[in-house]
Design a protein around this ligand. Structure first.
Ligand code: CA
Length: 241
C-alpha cells in the first residue's frame, strides 16, 4: 500500500450488516479508517462531530431514509461538501437519488462489485483532492465576477451578494463552466462531460437536476433565473451580462 495510509476517513451508512462490513473491509484495504453507522440518526450524529473524506450512504434505511440523511449532510457544517456515494437497490431508484436535489455525488446500484465500489470512491476522492489543488481541471482557472456572484476557483469559493454559498464539486464545476463562457450555449451532453468527467453512468437528466440545484443556491429568484438560462431544445447558458 503506498501513500494510502494517511488518516482518510470514510463514513459507511448501511443497515445491512454484511454489506456494511464488506464496504468497510474494502475501503480499509484502500487505506480508509471506516466509521460505521447502521441508521440515519447515528450517521448524522457522527457527521456532526467530524469531517469525512467520503460518505457511502445506503438509500433504503429504516426510519430516516438515505435521501433525508443526504439532504441533512448537505446542510451540515462539517460535511456539506463531503463526497457522497449513494447505494441504491434498483436502477430506477437512481432517478430518485439524482432527481430530488439531494446533493449525492454518485450512486452505485446493488448488487455491486467490490472493484466498482472502490473505483467510484477513488474517482470521488480524485475529484475532491483535485478540487482543492487544481480547480476544474484548468490550472489557469481565473476568478470570475458575474452579476451578484463571485467565483474563486483556487479556493473553490462562491459568494452570492458577498455571502459564501456552499456548492458541491459538481455544482461548482457546472457553474464555473457556464460563467466562464457567458452567452455560450452548452448542450446537456457537453455539461455532463465537463461536470461528471470520468463517470458515464449519469444521464442528461442529471444535468437538469444539477442546474435546478445550482439555481436554488445562486439565483435571487430560482423560478425566474437571471444567471443560468435554459435554451429550449439546446441546453443552458449563462445569460449575457
Ligand atoms: Ca438498506
Amino acid at each position: 500500500m503506498t501513500g494510502a495510509t494517511d488518516s482518510r476517513t470514510a463514513l459507511v451508512v448501511e443497515d445491512e450488516r454484511n454489506i456494511r462490513d464488506l464496504v468497510c473491509l474494502h475501503l480499509g484495504v484502500e487505506g480508509f479508517a471506516c466509521v460505521q453507522a447502521e441508521n440515519g440518526p447515528a450517521a448524522l450524529a457522527l457527521a456532526g462531530s467530524q469531517r469525512f473524506d467520503v460518505i457511502v450512504l445506503d438509500l433504503m434505511l429504516p426510519g430516516l431514509d438515505g435521501l433525508s440523511v443526504c439532504r441533512a449532510l448537505r446542510r451540515s457544517e462539517l460535511n456539506a461538501t463531503a463526497p457522497i456515494l449513494m447505494l441504491t437497490a434498483r436502477r430506477e431508484e437512481t432517478d430518485k437519488v439524482l432527481g430530488l436535489e439531494t446533493g449525492a455525488d454518485d450512486y452505485l446500484t446493488k448488487p455491486f462489485g467490490v472493484r466498482e465500489l472502490v473505483a467510484r470512491v477513488r474517482a470521488l476522492l480524485r475529484r475532491a483532492t483535485h478540487a482543492q489543488t487544481a480547480p476544474a481541471g484548468v490550472s489557469a482557472a481565473k476568478p470570475i465576477n458575474y452579476r451578484h456572484l463571485a467565483m474563486d476557483p483556487a479556493r473553490r469559493r462562491v459568494t452570492r451578494d458577498g455571502e459564501e454559498v456552499e456548492l458541491t464539486t459538481h455544482e461548482f464545476d457546472l457553474l464555473y463552466v457556464l460563467l466562464s463562457h457567458p452567452g455560450i450555449v452548452f448542450s446537456r451532453e457537453a455539461l455532463l462531460n465537463r461536470t461528471w468527467k470520468e463517470n458515464t453512468f449519469v444521464t442528461e437528466r442529471s444535468v437538469d437536476t444539477l442546474v435546478k440545484r445550482v439555481r436554488k443556491k445562486i439565483e435571487h429568484d430560482p423560478a425566474n433565473p437571471d444567471v443560468i438560462a435554459t435554451v429550449w431544445g439546446s441546453g443552458y447558458k449563462a445569460t449575457d451580462v
